[in-house]
Every structure is written in C-alpha cells, then in structure tokens.
Design a protein around this ligand. Structure first.
Ligand SMILES: Cc1ncc(C[n+]2csc(CCOP(=O)(O)OP(=O)(O)O)c2C)c(N)n1
Length: 335
C-alpha cells in the first residue's frame, strides 16, 4: 500500500458541501473494502486458489462508492463488473461476496459463477450479465415499472466505455429519455475495453456529449475524485426523483490492472499507468482527509489493517468450504 500522504503531484479533491465528515469517513471505508478485496483475491488467484476471472476494480473505487452512496435503500443498482464498491455500500456482507467469488456451495450463484455476476434482490442490487449493454434496457424497464406504479425510486446503472458502444446503450437511453424514466447511467471510462484503446472504440471527444442527442443532461467528470462523483450523482438522482428524467455521467478513470488477472495488460503504455498512479482514488482521498483534519494517517492505517485482517480471515474461512456438487451446474440451464 502506498503511503497515506505522498507528493504534491497528487491532484487535490474537489470537496462538496453535500457531505459531512462522518459520511466522508464512510466513503473511505467502502473504497478500502473494495481495494483490499481486490488485493487479497489477486493474491489468491496467483496462488492458484481462485478460478475463472478476477476482475479488479483498482482505479474505479471512487466511481462505484461515490455514486452508490447517494442512493436510498429503496433505489435500485445495476452494477457492472468493476463495481464491488457499490456492493459494499449496499451492505452485502463480505462473506456473501466471498462465497460467490470463490464459487462455493451456498453462494448466490450456487457456485456456477466466480465473480460479482449475481443479483441480490433484497438489497435491490441487480447484477450484470456477461453481455455488455444488455442490462441497460432491463434497468430502464425497472425504472419505468416503478414510475408507472408511482414509486419514487431511482435506478442507477453502470456501463464501461466499451459497453457503451452497443446498440442497447442507445436504445435504452433513448427510451428512458422519451419516457422521462428515473434513471441515471454512469459510463466508467477506464481507457481500455479489454485491449482496445478508446481511440478505436469511438470517434467523439466526450461520451457525455451523446446526451445532447437524447435530449438529456450529460457531463464528464473526474472518476478518481470521490466527492466529485458524489456531487454529480446527487444532482442527477435528484433530477430523476423529481420526475425530470434520466442523466448521463461519464466518469474518467484508468483500469490499473489487466482486463482480468489472466491478462498482464502489456498493451497499456507504462507512462499512462504512471500518470494514473498519481490519481489513485484512495491516495487522493486519504490525503484530503488528512489535510483537512478529518482522519489522521495513523487512523487510516488502523482502518486499513482492520479491513485487511477481516478480509483475509473471511476469505480463508470460505476457502475451506466445499464446492457445490457437480449436478448443480445443470440447474436453471436450458439443455
Ligand atoms: C456484447 C458483448 N461483446 C463483447 C463481449 C466480450 N467482452 C467482455 S468484457 C469486454 C471489454 C469491456 O470493456 P468495457 O465495457 O470498457 O469495460 P472494462 O472491462 O474496461 O471495465 C469485452 C469486449 C461481451 N461480454 N459482450
């Protein structure tokens, strides 16, 4: 882990008046949970104790945490594969997350999936499926159903900039705009869709400019500044709740690992990663909290140690549990 306070090259946070200090500490705690879960699972993957894809969120934490923290419990979240932060904000227990990621018996996906591709309807968390973009119309449909029933809820949906190049992105957002659905879509622009850089994904300057074409507000923000993410989401959610319709937010960040841990991302220029290392969402926020007297460096280190110890303990316990019986693989599957 990098030092809490590093050099002056780390850009400052844009503080929002919407947050009090207690909420700020909670944001840091959730971001730490997401980061540490990644660090521990990457280790397990390298030790051959995890199978399938380990999608790290490193570099994305401010987006999922800063936006999910705005919502009320009755609002719905449709995350993508780098939004573990939102799962922690929603209160999904560490053990439940670990059971699924380690594909153990009794996990939400009954061991048929080893990632965050799960739904937790009780917590109004409707997980992504593999088909990029396909959940956008589903999330819009959820928002429209609530609108028709007169329920004052908002649906927050996330998509990568790669996933934003699918037909469903356009169809879903256009329909949401026409029907003034209580819907907020955040594009997590992390510069690469697998090995494809943004220059080969789209030709416009800013993906938020597309909002003009749908007749809705759109803005591009720094996705490594958790307070900026909170503020942008807050106003988009307020607008949606007031019946004024959807918004599009493009949050810029960097995927600091490979697409998943099997990929060493050798196609990403090292200088680019060096540039974004200084914009590490955790480093930036930790520095802000220390400089503003909200937490001391020692308190942050203490918080980190506690979360790390808890994460290691829970994952170790789950590792001892059995995999499901093979027949489970055939349940709920069309053969
Ligand atoms: C419709 C569709 N096309 C292709 C794929 C294969 N695929 C899986 S992840 C991925 C890249 C995703 O990039 P992005 O949406 O930017 O998210 P990131 O992984 O960079 O966070 C691709 C092409 C897929 N799952 N679904």
């Amino acid at each position: 882990m990098a030092d809490v306070v590093e050099t002056a090259e780390i850009p400052a946070i844009t503080p929002t008046k919407l947050l009090n200090d207690q909420q700020r500490v909670a944001l840091l705690r959730w971001m730490l949970h997401a980061r540490i879960f990644d660090e521990v699972t990457i280790r397990l993957y390298r030790q051959g104790k995890m199978f399938g894809s380990v999608f790290a969120q490193i570099g994305h934490e401010a987006i999922s945490v800063g936006s999910a923290a705005v919502l009320q419990p009755e609002d719905a979240i449709f995350p993508m594969h780098r939004d573990l932060g939102a799962h922690f904000v929603r209160g999904v227990p560490l053990r439940t997350i670990a059971l699924n990621h380690l594909a153990r018996q009794g996990s939400m996906m009954r061991g048929t999936d080893g990632t965050g591709h799960y739904a937790d309807p009780q917590r109004k968390l409707y997980g992504n499926i593999s088909h990029l973009g396909a959940m956008i119309p589903v999330a819009v449909g959820y928002a429209l159903a609530a609108q028709l029933k007169g329920e004052p809820i908002v649906v927050l949906n996330y998509i990568g900039e790669g996933g934003a190049q699918t037909g469903e992105f356009h169809e879903g957002l256009n329909f949401a705009a026409v029907r003034k659905a209580p819907f907020v879509l955040i594009i997590e622009n992390n510069q690469y869709a697998y090995s494809t850089p943004t220059t080969e994904e789209y030709a416009c300057k800013k993906l938020s400019d597309r909002a003009i074409g749908y007749g809705i507000p759109g803005e591009t923000i720094d996705g490594t500044d958790v307070e900026r993410v909170y503020e942008a989401t807050f106003y988009a959610v307020e607008r949606a709740r007031n019946g004024e319709g959807p918004s599009l937010i493009e949050a810029i960040c960097m995927r600091m690992r490979g697409h998943a841990e099997h990929d060493n991302a050798s196609y990403v220029p090292r200088e680019l990663l060096e540039y974004w290392k200084k914009r590490d969402p955790l480093l930036r926020y930790q520095r802000f909290l220390v400089e503003n007297g909200i937490l001391s460096e020692a308190e942050i280190q203490q918080m980190r140690h506690e979360i790390e110890a808890e994460t290691v303990r829970v994952l170790d316990e789950v590792l001892q549990l059995p995999f499901p019986p093979a027949e489970e693989a055939f349940k709920n599957v069309f053969l």
